[in-house]
Design a protein around this ligand. Structure first.
Ligand code: GLU
Length: 487
């Protein structure tokens, strides 16, 4: 047994196929708490609801946590001294514990058919009573139970809610919490298929895995009195509870798919940086008590306090996430951005094109302040990765005057004179050309920009020319002269 003071926390998702941002927040708070207190962060898979089983969900979950930087210490694949960490592999353990409760008469077998339960529910509804098992099977005598068992009548095991007025417990975030016992149903602990329900498996595992703190979402708060009773029935010490606030849409409704993405995988696919998503999610219910909003992981570990988590629902504000992404990207070194751009390119339509590090580095310097996402490098300035295939019609209309082809021909002549031009050399050459043509620099700049990039905005023209190089720039201008019909 671990020493009682050691901190052990767990993230215990059901493998539903994706990681909800609320789940990421729960995992993060558990992780921060464990790291801060030099404790252990356990990943446990709660897959006892076989109707919700999704192929590949566990692998996906582990991969997504890894992407987010939340490495667990014990869990599936990695193992640990409390293995197995997948509940469907622990059925024997739950069975044994149910037997203990049956023996102590803290639980009982219920042979009621689904039809009878449905009928009962309808009756209760009719008279406006809350839906609760009527305890018919609690009254069965031993011989009736035996008879049913020998006939093989299917049964579930229910816990017996004791006749006490209230059930109380402490929650770090909410203080003293109290539930009236009459609100509680005789909860099913073991289903007729031999699988435990969430409640039983969760409590048994938290105890056997020496979990010191149960940190989870508010939606589980109403289950906690049943869990508290189970701890008491088994004669076990309670863990410390902390129920995290709900996540809300900006209109204060419960965070839902209808108002935006809820899967971490969606944010990942959209190109959000894990650091930014983590920074953002950390603030969904917690704040450091100062003005600081930009946090690196290490700073979160240092400053995170469970006591500073709020009770009130936390609003999910996508603008704030976008701002954090922009900030985290902005603060990255050029080398880091280069790596990210390389992996983005490897998944893009340019995956077969080779670009030198030097080249990409120059693109990064020119575009850094204009992007919020790595993918923006490609989407906002595709002309750095391929010659324009078409030209923005609006810009052609406005900027491509009748004599643009002649002007640009002259510009090309000037450019061809340059030896290893730097940015400034393009500028001087363009000024010289404009002067000899007696037109404004601007007129020539607009036409040249359209010719080399296909669009009307972006970084400075001389930056673009310098990045593309003389040969490519000249070639693009010549192509544009051929292709753009003046209007
Ligand atoms: N399996 C539950 C879930 O899917 C775990 C709740 C808890 O942490 O106790 O979130």
């Amino acid at each position: 047994m671990a020493n009682l003071k050691s901190i052990r926390v767990r993230f215990a998702p059901s493998p539903t196929g994706y990681l909800h941002v609320g789940g990421l927040r729960t995992a993060l708070y558990n992780y921060l708490f464990a790291r801060k207190h030099k404790g252990v962060f356990v990943l446990r898979i709660e897959d006892t609801d076989r109707t919700r089983y999704v192929e590949g969900a566990v692998e996906n979950l582990i991969e997504t946590l890894h992407w987010a930087g939340l490495e667990y210490d014990e869990g599936p694949v990695k193992g640990g001294s409390y293995a197995p960490y997948i509940q469907s592999q622990r059925l024997e353990i739950y069975k044994r514990h149910v037997d203990m409760l049956l023996e102590k008469r803290k639980a009982y077998r219920c042979f009621c058919t689904p039809e009878r339960l449905e009928e009962m529910r309808k009756q209760q509804e009719k008279i406006g009573a809350s839906s609760k098992y009527d305890r018919r099977c609690l009254k069965l005598i031993q011989s009736e139970i035996q008879a049913n068992l020998s006939k093989g009548v299917p049964f579930v095991v229910r816990m017996k809610i004791p006749d006490v007025p209230t059930i109380q417990f402490n929650d770090i975030i909410r203080g003293k919490v109290e539930f009236a016992s009459e609100m509680l149903d005789d909860q099913v602990l073991l289903k007729s298929d031999g699988y435990p329900t969430y409640h039983l498996a969760n409590v048994v595992d938290d105890h056997l895995m020496d979990i010191s703190h149960v940190i989870r979402g508010e939606e589980w708060l109403s289950s906690t009195p049943k869990h508290v009773l189970l701890y008491q029935h088994f004669g076990w010490q309670l863990p410390v509870f902390a129920h995290l606030p709900l996540l809300l849409n900006p209109d204060r409704s419960k965070l839902s798919k209808r108002q935006g993405d809820v899967a971490v995988e969606d944010y990942r696919a959209k190109g959000y940086l894990p650091e930014a998503l983590i920074n953002f999610v950390a603030f969904l219910g917690w704040n450091p008590g100062t003005e600081q909003e930009f946090f690196y992981f290490d700073e979160l570990i240092n400053q995170f306090l469970l006591e500073h988590v709020n009770k009130a629902g936390a609003i999910f504000n996508i603008e704030k996430l976008n701002w954090m992404n922009f900030e985290h990207l902005r603060k990255k070194s050029d080398e880091d951005v280069l790596q990210l751009l390389r992996s983005e390119l490897a998944q893009s339509r340019y995956k077969h094109v080779h670009f030198d590090d030097d080249y990409l580095q120059r693109v990064i310097t020119a575009m850094r302040d204009r992007v919020s996402f790595i993918n923006d490098f490609i989407e906002k300035s595709p002309y750095f990765f391929e010659a324009p295939v078409e030209y923005d019609k609006e810009v052609v209309k406005k900027r491509w005057k009748k004599d643009a082809p002649n002007h640009l021909k002259k510009l090309v002549e000037e450019f061809l004179q340059l030896q290893n031009p730097r940015k400034e050399d393009y500028e001087t050459a363009l000024h010289r050309t404009a002067e000899s043509l007696k037109i404004s620099n601007g007129q020539l700049i607009h036409a040249a920009r359209l010719a080399v990039s296909g669009v009307g905005a972006g970084p400075g023209l001389y930056d673009i020319l310098y990045i593309l190089g003389k040969e490519e720039s000249v070639q693009r201008i010549n192509t544009a002269i051929e292709k753009i019909k003046s209007v």
